[in-house]
Structure formats: C-alpha cells, structure tokens
Ligand binder design. Sequence first.
Ligand SMILES: [Zn+2]
Ligand SMILES: [Zn+2]
Ligand SMILES: [Zn+2]
Length: 156
Amino acid sequence: MSHPPVSVPHDHGACVHEALARAQTICDARGVKLTPLRGQVLEIVWRSHKPAGAYEVLDELQKVHKAARPPTVYRALEFLEAEGLIHRIESQNAYLGCIEAGAPHSSQFLICRGCGAAEEIADRELDAAIAVAAKRARFKAERKTVEISGLCARCT
Ligand SMILES: [Zn+2]
Ligand SMILES: [Zn+2]
Ligand SMILES: [Zn+2]
C-alpha cells in the first residue's frame, strides 16, 4: 500500500482500514492467526501517525478489553513486529504501522520533534547506499533502520 505524507491531510481511517485488511491477507497466506486482540492492537498502533508506546496501546485496549494486562499487549506487539506489520521506533520506544507490510524492505523514519508524527519511507536507493558504505568499511550490515529527527511540513 502507499501512504500519503503524514503532513498532508487525508482520510487516515481509510489507511487504517486498508492496513488491517492487508494484515489479514498476509497472516492468512502465512498460516498465522491475526486474532481479534492482535487486530485491535494493530488498529490502535495504526490509528495515529504518532508512534504508540506499549502503555498507550494498553490504555486504549482496556477501553474494549478491561482485563488486558501489559503481557497481553507485549505479546501482541511482539507478534505484529515479527510478522513485519509494525515497526519499533527505537528512539521513541514506540511502534508504528508498516506501510510496506508483506514486502521485504529496510526502513527510514522521519520523526517530527514538533508533533511527534513519524513517517516511514522505504527508500531503496538510500538502503543500497548504506549497504555500499558498510561494505566499503568491511562491515556486514544486518539491521539498516535509520531514524531521522526534524520537523514535518506542518510544524515548520
Ligand atoms: Zn494515513
Ligand atoms: Zn515497513
Ligand atoms: Zn510535526
């Protein structure tokens, strides 16, 4: 799926809907279960353009599942991350829905220090440039996630 830049006003509800449908298709194809709870956690993560922390997810989840506890959320987040449906933004210790779910890619994230919105770009040229630079340094790159902080178009 493609996603408009987060600073461009759009019907994000439609993005969430599409992401959930896509996640279902991916899980079906892999023979893994997107349980209702996992689906709800994915929906919560996707709902905002701001990466969601585990406790934010828990707060939201408890509105529908009073009995939800941190391990419930952690297990669901772990599953979603392992299936590549969400990404963990290390610098924020929070999660963001993946816009390229189901396709192998490495990600770069543009993270706004004004409003907190984060945007995934999966730029293949940038990824290749990192691979070349690493090779030149005789370094075997394994994880090539890049987190870039700055200001989004709405915050500048
Ligand atoms: Zn959107
Ligand atoms: Zn992604
Ligand atoms: Zn911003």
